[in-house]
Design a protein around this ligand. Structure first.
Ligand code: BV8
Length: 238
């Protein structure tokens, strides 16, 4: 069987870059109501508040930098592909720290903070400044239809066909920095296990999919991920 590594990351891998997680103590959802700020209904009800929420996070992301965990995954991708394996990095995160660290085989299943989408023509465009309810779409010209290119609760995540195809042939699966709370990502460990993959959980503590992991390593991602990536590179090069 061709070695096929699927990695799922969550907010925990970006925590040491200064970006908030969601469900830890003092997490984003302890300060903000996801129903008002991360649902289509919330956006329809108060688009100014939702733009303000994402504008503040977009400004914070400009100042953030990837750290050793992001770099280790980019190095692992290159080694894994060079050895003839298949590799896919699926992130729930909307930051661009994986890209900045060099990851390429990457799916942002919950969208991207540095992109905006037009509600009229669906065009997705780069967005590194504040969005507002008066902005015009650079593709179709319509005003007042721009939203963050982010998957809210109740919306269908991106790249699901590619993700499920990769999980069906996975030989190795790791969940990194995720609480395993949000579906469908929360079901990926079980799907990989069903495909016969060896599974790892790298986080601060056991998430909600705990019983599907063969190996766990709990600690800061800046320590656990480089350590794990080295064992994977040693294995694929053996
Ligand atoms: C969908 C927007 C249908 C972007 C987000 C009842 C049962 C089951 C499901 C549902 C249900 N009711 C509703 C649902 C569906 C719902 C859902 O799952 N709700 C949950 C809350 C019950 N899901 C949806 O609506 C999804 N859509 O289901 O569509 C469908 C499905 C499949 C196919 C077709 C149709 C859409 C979900 C996307 C919602 N958007 N965010 C944004 O604003 O960021 S979700 C939000 O949670 C973020 O994207 C985040 O990434 C994601 C997951 O959170 P985590 O990344 O895991 O972060 P968290 O804080 O929870 O955990 C951090 C972890 O890191 C912890 O484990 C911690 O220990 C660890 N950590 C912390 N520091 C460190 C660390 N680890 C290492 N080092 C550190 N330093």
């Amino acid at each position: 069987m061709k070695p096929s590594l699927v990695i799922l990351t969550g907010a925990g891998i970006s925590a040491e870059s200064g970006l908030g997680t969601f469900r830890d103590t003092d997490g984003v959802w302890s300060k903000f109501d996801w129903r008002q700020l991360a649902t289509p209904e919330g956006f329809a009800n108060d688009p100014v508040a939702v733009h303000g929420f994402y504008n503040a996070r977009r400004q914070g992301l400009v100042a953030a930098q990837p750290h050793a965990a992001h770099t280790a995954l980019a190095e692992l991708e290159a080694a894994w592909l060079a050895s003839g394996g298949d590799f896919l990095l699926v992130t729930q995160n909307i930051d661009d720290l994986h890209e900045r660290a060099g990851s390429r085989a990457l799916v942002h299943m919950h969208g991207e903070l540095f992109k905006a989408r037009c509600g009229a023509c669906e065009a997705v465009t780069d967005c590194r400044t504040d969005l507002s309810i008066t902005d015009a779409c650079t593709a179709c010209g319509r005003e007042g239809q721009m939203r963050p290119h982010v998957v809210w609760f109740g919306e269908i995540p991106l790249g699901m066909d590619e993700i499920f195809a990769a999980l069906e042939t996975a030989t190795h699966f790791a969940a990194i920095g995720t609480s395993g709370t949000v579906w469908p990502a929360a079901g990926f460990a079980e799907a990989a296990k069903a495909a016969g993959a060896r599974t790892w959980e790298l986080s601060l503590e056991a998430g909600e999919s705990g019983h599907f992991f063969d190996v766990t390593d709990y600690g800061p991602a800046s320590e656990t991920v480089p350590r794990w990536a080295k064992t994977m590179m040693d294995e694929i090069r053996a």
